[in-house]
Ligand binder design. Structure first.
Ligand SMILES: [Zn+2]
Length: 216
């Protein structure tokens, strides 16, 4: 079978609790930044999870992170706010504006293939769409399929893993798509910076303040 445990393929890139809600854990995550939330939050807990666009020093968009992590980067002097979120978080003493867009103060080289191969990122790449029947499903209704089965030497790689619904996964079994009479919607590719820009544009529709950085 081509089903697999989700942690079985988390072998590239770093994982950190702060990467939750962030789809490019390798792109802008300096080492050793596991600082607890610096601001005691009474209200607006969910605001701390809001997405923040991360720009390189050159204003090139490179990543999306969460407010919490963005504020850690600002406190460490790694990044500065370029745009602010209209809402505030409240600590015991006062209110704080939170960023919507931050920019790294030092230029960071982003390797093309730094992105972690993970179930989450493969579902993101495939937009939660089964690559065999074209159906769109929630995360829990999807699994990963090895296009060339592992029993035939198929690797756990960007090029050989696709998002798949359980029905198609059962249909395919331990066969290649051709043998099972299934056709791939498209050839699976690595999750590149180009893909992440497309995703940032999609997310950017939610936030007016992102647009001038994304539609260039
Ligand atoms: Zn399907």
């Amino acid at each position: 079978m081509s089903m697999m445990r989700r942690d079985a393929i988390e072998f590239r890139g770093r994982r950190s609790p702060e990467a939750a809600g962030e789809f490019a854990p390798g792109a802008a995550s300096p080492e050793g930044s596991r600082i607890p939330n610096p601001i005691p939050v009474r209200r607006g807990v969910s605001l701390m999870q809001e997405p923040v666009l991360v720009l390189n020093a050159t204003y090139e968009p490179i990543n999306v992170t969460a407010v919490r992590r963005a504020m850690v980067l600002m406190l460490k002097g790694v990044a500065q706010a370029e745009e602010l979120h209209p809402n505030e978080v409240h600590s015991a003493a006062r209110s704080h504006r939170v960023p919507s867009v931050i920019r790294l103060l030092a230029y960071r080289h982003i390797p093309q293939q730094s992105r972690a191969l993970s179930r989450k990122n493969i579902l993101l790449r495939d937009r939660n769409t089964c690559q065999f029947c074209g159906g769109v499903f929630s995360n829990s209704e999807l699994t990963l399929d090895h296009v060339v089965p592992r029993s035939r030497g198929g690797r756990s790689s960007w090029e050989n893993l696709v998002t798949c619904c359980y029905l198609c996964n059962n249909t395919k079994g331990d066969r290649t798509p051709e043998e099972a009479g299934l056709k791939l919607a498209r050839r699976p590719r690595p999750f590149t910076l180009h893909t992440s820009r497309q995703l940032m544009r999609l997310i950017g529709h939610r936030d007016e303040r992102w647009r001038k950085y994304l539609f260039y």
